[in-house]
Design a protein around this ligand. Sequence first.
Ligand SMILES: [Zn+2]
Length: 366
Amino acid sequence: MNQQKQLIFFILIIFIFQAPVWSQNNPKIKTVVIDPGHGGKDSGTIGKYGYEKDLVLDVSLKVGAYIEKYIPGVKVIYTRSTDVFIELRNRAKIANKHNADLFISIHANGVNNPKPFGTETYVMGLDKESKNFGVVKRENSVILQEDNYQEQYGDFKPNSAESYIALTLFQNAHLKQSLRLAQLVQDQFKNRVGRKSRGVKQAPFWVLWTNKSPSILIELGFVSNPEEGKYLSTDEGRDYMASAIYRAFKQYKIEMDGPIEESTNSTNREEDTHQQKTQNDIHFSIQFLTSPKKISLNSRKMKGLKNVQEYKINNMYKYTYGSEKTLDEIKKVQTKVRKKFPDAFAIAFKNGKKISIPEALKEIKN
Ligand SMILES: [Zn+2]
């Protein structure tokens, strides 16, 4: 080996040993785009408990808030964060404009049959028997509500099966990663939240087609199924679904970028205040309303409840009624509130910070 070759050899060795450190400093997952389906004049599917557009917005904002809180290095971008109409073609454009590393579209299913239920996650592609054509048609048909859609989408007709042939003649550069993320989401729904999984599926969704990053479309469940519709209409149910998606995202990021240093700033501050207080204040209340926007406490939406309290968590405003020291007492209040708000449920606070009911009971015991 001459001197020059030796030098190149050493540089190569240094580079190889530096590589893992180098990749950690340049994470692959920096920007995630969260796409709440529908919005504005497009309500999506309509169930007994409300519109798809509202429930998917709430879950999306919750997912984003979890990511922002616990994985500070990741930028979260929403295609919409309020109840507005966004054209399908512009959703992928937003992702591509921000160089998204992941695209997560969130929807809910609905059919003219109360029986089907369960969650499913889609990646772009074609299943051989076109079994998923119904879902695809429904989710793509929003195009018909857009102005000048013929100009914007050319010959593509969301209701014609032939139109989809063109969509499926493409190379999915991110199929492997999309499938991995989709699987993680379904695993979380099934194993951690106990929802029925209808599996990972492939179908030609327009919103996934033009994306330049790994992309998935989640159907949280069927609003047309009485039980699932009710579950998704509760704040608690939506929170479980959102935390499942968050954990799937976190797992995916760990697989791509290595361990995550979780943010601890907020908890440190909480701990400080706790140390200053010798006695912890534990109380229970009834949460009956959640909104992405602030609601006046005198609003008719309170259905006449007086002395309502508001707290904000994960960018959502939550409204509670009553304050009791024991779970038994608050259960009596819950019975009253449920006459106006059937989905109201008990929550617990420790020094003004929300904690779980089991945690609160443990604290009282101690
Ligand atoms: Zn939808």
